[in-house]
Design a protein around this ligand. Sequence first.
Ligand code: 0RA
Length: 622
Amino acid sequence: MDEDYNSEAIQVLGTREAIRKRPGMYIGSTDSRGLHHIAYEIIDNSVDEALAGFCDHIKVTINRDNSMTVEDNGRGIPVDIHPKYGKPALEIVLTTLHAGGKFEGKVYKVSGGLHGVGMSVVNSLSSWLEAEIRRDGKIYSQRFENGKPTGGIKVIGEAEETGTKITFLPDVEIFDGETFEYEILAERLREVSFLNKGLRIELEDLRTGKREEFHYPDGIIEFVDYINRNKGGIGKIFYSEGEKNEIYLEFAMQYNNGYSENVYAFVNSINTIEGGTHISGFRSALTRVINDFAKSKGYIKENDEPIGGEDCREGLTAILNLKLKEPQFEGQTKTRLGNSEVRGAVESIVSERLSSFLLENPETADIMMKKILGAVRARLAAKRARELARKKEGTESFALSGKLAPCSSKDVERTELFIVEGDSAGGSAKQARNREFQAILPLRGKILNVEKARIDKILSSEEIKAMISAIGAGIGEEFDISKLRYGKIIIMTDADVDGAHIRTLLLTFFFRYMRDLIDKGHVYIAQPPLYRIRVGGKERYVYSEKELEGAREVQRFKGLGEMNPEQLWETTMNPETRRLLRVTIQDAIEADRLFTILMGEDVAERRKFIQEHSKEAVNIDI
Ligand code: 0RA
């Protein structure tokens, strides 16, 4: 204990300086992501108080000046004077990189974050911070400027309730003028409330008046329902929870009418997008239980080929929510769980609970088995189609005859594949391009909507076959980015509604079947100009309606085909002068929801979405 406090005392001196010198070490970056990270640091402390069972309401307010207020109705951060420091506990939490939660002499929480260390990080990166604590019948307040208290802790009133309220203004110098974004916060807060059933989280933006409340008494059951809402969930949602060797797991799952896998796992509220031992435990339990059940109930015969793991996960939505004491996060973004003991714990809980569920719910079990056996049949059909295609490949250069205009360079650092809508635009592009490093693949009309088709049908579409074979890295589970033939895959469609539709179809295909292509930043959208204008005797191209203001003599481009090759090269294809938009995925769950709504079955939901988002529809960075 003593040693702990001594080392903390030494750290006091340089806390703020150390954090400001290397903010990246504490919050990852100082861009928009980093700015939101400091909000989560404060919010997480309130969530921890909720996890400990002392708080059920959190309110987050974005104030007009880009400061943020986070209030909870927990016990309130202790304010009593700490004997060793002679300072209030509150002040210590806000000014030192202490081992959070420990100063009361006990570790009271499981946490994925910085164990309350976050508070001093936020204070260090803020211009000012105000804390208001309700405890012991009183309201206490303390203000910090540039990380330092402007005075001692003061009693400013009386209150029966307890709670903590923190308001802070992120330092513009550190965050380069970035501001809080309602949607980013809303997505995270929704997720947090799904993962902590019953917790009520309010979000209000005083700049716009927008407000929402997230409150899910049924927690991750509602999370699964939310994801499956537009996918057509089939059968009951299965929910169970269990604990093994101090590893706590709750999970919920349901199949839907779609074909993609949506298994998301959270460890201490952190979305483990890089996977890990918990996911592999879940997968092996699922595959084993399904095979055992299928055999015992006669869905497959003893000697049949076993049902594959990917068959069991086609059209499956599942949420795993784990809490554990010492998570080891690995991988590039520290979002892969490494703890080896977790695999067995998850596997055993899921196996036991899922096999009972199947026996006790024969109707849902039957719906699941039919779904899974459909996936098996489609996989076998696709395999036959691929084998057939491979055989053909040798003799007649499969699917590519005449369509792709390849480039001469093989240097993936430089090469670009333009996927172009229509033969006529394809023709212009072929004339316009630099054939050394730019290849052109024209597509005829609309491509297949992969959201509504399954793998065997997808593989029989000529347009899709041509794309797979041009890109050269395979598809789905077999996709291998090291075989990629072009460093940039550039979608070039007209700047109109049809063009936007084709672009969305292509992005859906890449998202579902070549996800790595997007994750590793290889997919781009070309930006053809809308108009050519003449200003003061000079010609200029205009890329948005806004830039058009006040121009005369205006030539509007209806489609790519209307530009002559020189214009197309100059405006859209020449790396020196063109504009490209790189496609990024901020949040896989939200992207999945968007694709489902935009490309799925539910027409009414799609119309509603497009109406709500019509203003922002230009250049959404999915
Ligand atoms: C440690 C001990 C106690 C409260 C908290 C931490 C606490 C921290 C935060 C941060 C945001 N909201 C919070 N609410 C509570 C109190 C222990 C006690 O009263 O016995």
